[in-house]
Write a protein that binds this ligand. Structure first.
Ligand SMILES: [Zn+2]
Length: 166
C-alpha cells in the first residue's frame, strides 16, 4: 500500500487537506474541458505542495488522488498534465512510470514549439490565462512560446488592454 492510501479514510486528513484547496485556479492550459486547477500552495518545496501527517511529508497532488479514491500505484509517478505543480485536481494528474514521464515531457515540449511556430500571435483566451498565471514571467513565456517582454507588456496593460481591461 502506498503511503498516501493509508490516509484516504481518515476524516481529519480529508478535512485538513481540502480546507486549503482553491478550486478556482487557472483553467487547464491544454484541455479546457478538464476544468480549473485546484491549487493547494501550502508547504511548497521544489514547486510542489506538501501535506504533513504523522510526521511525514506527503506530496499534495499524490495524496489528493488517494483522497478521492484513486491512489497512485506504488512506484508510479504522478504527473501534472496541466504543468501546475501546486495543482491537486485529480483530473489533471496522470500516473506513469518514470520512463513514460520523461518521454512525455520531451514530446510535449516539441509539440508546443511546433504550434507556436505556425502561429505568431497569442489568442484572447491565452491572454486571459496569462493574466491569471502568477508564476515568474520566464516560466509563463516558455509555456506560451513567447518572449518574457511580451508577458510583461500584457501584465502592465501595454498590450491587449481591450481584453484585460487594465
Ligand atoms: Zn491543474
Amino acid at each position: 500500500m502506498a503511503n498516501e492510501e493509508i490516509y484516504a479514510n481518515d476524516p481529519g486528513v480529508q478535512e485538513r487537506f481540502w480546507a486549503k484547496v482553491n478550486k478556482e485556479g487557472p483553467q487547464h492550459p491544454y484541455e479546457p474541458s478538464k476544468g480549473n486547477c485546484w491549487e493547494r500552495p501550502a508547504s511548497v518545496n521544489d514547486g510542489y505542495g506538501h501535506f504533513k501527517v504523522n510526521g511525514r511529508m506527503l506530496k499534495s497532488h499524490r495524496l489528493s488522488c488517494a483522497l478521492v479514491g484513486n491512489p497512485p500505484p506504488k512506484g508510479m509517478l504522478c504527473r501534472h498534465t496541466c504543468d501546475n505543480r501546486v495543482c491537486v485536481n485529480p483530473e489533471h494528474i496522470s500516473f506513469g512510470s518514470p520512463r513514460e514521464n520523461t518521454n512525455d515531457m520531451i514530446s510535449r515540449g516539441r509539440q508546443a514549439r511546433g504550434e507556436r511556430a505556425s502561429k505568431s500571435k497569442l489568442t484572447a483566451e491565452e491572454v486571459m490565462s496569462i493574466m491569471k498565471d502568477f508564476r515568474k514571467y520566464p516560466q509563463i513565456a516558455a509555456e506560451y512560446g513567447v518572449g518574457d517582454e511580451a508577458i510583461g507588456r500584457i501584465k502592465r496593460g501595454i498590450t491587449w488592454r481591450h481584453i484585460t481591461h487594465l
